[in-house]
Design a protein around this ligand. Structure first.
Ligand code: CU
Ligand code: ZN
Length: 196
């Protein structure tokens, strides 16, 4: 009898434990609001990301690499692009890391978690994804370095997994909601960088 009692007690505890563990997780997985708790935490320690840019249909010469390094609250961005027409090209983080469309429209609008108007990088009230312009030389190459404090790789305004777009034209830094930068010539997805 004593052994049976112990067995029952253990069995009961096991059921309680499983219920406690699985209940909240299952609820979270089904809430449909894009907050998978465990995955979010697994990405917390990521400090380096990379976005490989490739040309959209008809702009196959466009290519480049954008690297992101999180140093505390500062996010350092270094972009090297080539195959562009000489001059200024609007450059932004867009909402979706979705490259399924040939023309880049599947990346959606500018990444804007705070609901701000379009503007210039570093402005108190501009889209978090507003990087302004890159300037290509006569050789079609452009280099840009930025330090941002309104977005981070992970956490509340996370950019990991979102997209980047290089535009055909110049971002005027004021027209709403896109800066009137024209079509999308280069696109990429911001991913976790392989440690060096
Ligand atoms: Cu854009
Ligand atoms: Zn914008």
């Amino acid at each position: 009898m004593k052994r049976l009692g112990l067995f029952s007690a253990l069995f009961g505890l096991t059921i309680l434990f499983l219920a406690a563990c699985q209940g909240p997780d299952r609820a979270e997985a089904q809430d449909g609001h894009g907050h998978p708790h465990e995955d979010h935490e697994a990405l917390e320690g990521v400090t380096k990301a990379v976005c490989v840019i490739r040309g959209t249909a008809g702009n196959e010469k466009v290519q480049g690499v954008v690297t992101f390094t999180q140093e505390g609250q500062k996010l350092k961005v270094v972009a090297d692009l080539e195959g562009l027409t000489p001059g200024q090209h609007g450059f932004h983080i867009h909402e979706w890391g979705d490259l399924r469309s040939a023309d880049g429209t599947s990346l959606g609008g500018h990444y804007n978690p705070q609901g701000h108007p379009h503007g210039a990088p570093g402005e108190a009230k501009s889209h978090a994804g507003d990087f302004g312009n890159v300037t290509a030389g006569d050789d079609g190459k452009a280099h840009l370095e930025l330090e941002l404090t309104d977005v981070t790789l992970t956490g509340k305004s996370a950019i990991l997994g979102r997209g980047m777009v290089v535009h055909a034209g110049t971002d005027d830094l004021k027209s709403q909601p896109t800066g009137d930068a024209g079509g999308r010539v280069g696109v990429g997805v911001i991913g976790v960088a392989k440690p060096e």
